[in-house]
Design a protein around this ligand. Structure first.
Ligand code: 8YV
Length: 321
């Protein structure tokens, strides 16, 4: 099958590899070049472009949106749309789609992995055996039980709910904080992130990453979690005050942290590398072959649906026409 050339669309930013392959198998779509070739490309094609397809950094900023006068929709391969300037899109009536639901279970599994690894120190235990220390130094230090703990979920959306469901299997008591109480939720509601943090053993961050959630987990929240408390973040690095996090972890004022996301990925604060109470993942929340394929196919369905019907399948913002 030869890929169909689509002149009304352009690809922007880095592409996740499964998405890249699935899209290329179907469509031949130009990539928006970086400077210095961008200006010439835009001079020739900008007026024809109705669709931007994106998947990763640097995303779609206000300048890119402004450079495309006839842009109608942005198709994002990923649940989080934080790399798209949503205010600029909203002002222009540009639609934005994402890939919700298909990744919730996989990301929730990652959160459970981080909780177990951080509290039971499974990563450190594995390194202990490999380094020959079991023979040399004897039994590995005790960890902390996960079963029966109080866990707070910051952001009880699709992913947060999937995390909570899994934790019920560990007999954990679940509390949450959202901007609004979730109707019919069986879990205890906390009025603020600080109130949530001071009442739980583990705080799991599962919010969206956007200007409104920036530093929602600030120093006060981390201090409320305290030296016996743990932070797990599978959302976005921007939600947590990373400098305060590093400082409190290093000083023993926070028990530990399991982190899949960071402020300036792929850069991770080197101070974290030396801490044994921290588990670090390279943003692998949704990274299984099956889930990445499901995400890619949903992004492609949004693209095709828009071309054929003018509607997005999973819109975050509906296009205004
Ligand atoms: C991926 C994610 O890293 O969906 C998201 O928002 O953070 C992850 O699933 C990313 O979308 C891959 O393109």
């Amino acid at each position: 099958m030869t890929a169909t050339e689509i002149m009304s669309a352009v690809r922007v930013g880095a592409f996740e590899r499964t998405f890249e392959a699935e899209l290329a198998a179907r469509y031949d779509i130009a990539k928006l070049p970086d400077a210095p070739h961008r200006a010439a490309f835009l001079a020739e094609h900008a007026a024809d472009i109705r669709v931007v397809i994106t998947s990763g950094p640097p995303g779609v900023d206000a300048d890119t949106i402004a450079a495309l006068p006839n842009l109608e929709v942005i198709i994002n391969n990923g649940a989080g749309v934080d790399m798209i300037d949503m205010s600029a899109a909203r002002r222009r009536g540009i639609g934005v789609s994402n890939t919700p639901d298909v990744l919730s279970d996989t990301v929730a599994d990652t959160a459970l992995g981080l909780i177990l690894m951080t509290l039971r120190r499974f990563g450190a235990a594995d390194r202990y055996v490999r380094a020959g220390r079991w023979v040399r130094d004897g039994p590995f230090p005790y960890g902390r039980d996960v079963s029966g703990l109080q866990v707070g979920i910051l952001g009880l959306g699709r992913i947060g709910s999937a995390i909570a469901t899994r934790l019920l299997g560990f007999d954990c008591a679940i509390a949450y904080h959202n901007r609004h109480r979730v109707d019919g939720s069986p879990y205890r509601y906390a009025e603020s992130p600080v109130e949530l943090a001071e009442s739980v053993d583990v705080l799991v961050v599962a919010t969206t990453g956007d200007p409104k959630t920036r530093h929602l987990v600030d120093r006060a929240v981390l201090e409320a979690l305290g030296p016996e408390g743990y932070l797990v973040n599978i959302a976005r690095g921007s939600v947590v005050d990373q400098d305060a996090l590093v400082e409190l972890l290093a000083g023993g004022a926070l028990g530990g942290a399991g982190l899949d996301v960071f402020v300036d990925e792929p850069r991770v604060p080197p101070a974290l590398f030396d801490l044994d109470n921290v588990v670090l993942f390279p943003h692998i929340g949704s990274a299984t072959a099956r889930t990445r394929r499901a995400m890619a196919l949903l992004a492609i369905r949004n693209f095709e649906s828009y071309l054929n019907t003018g509607e997005l399948v999973t819109p975050v913002l509906r296009p205004r026409r």
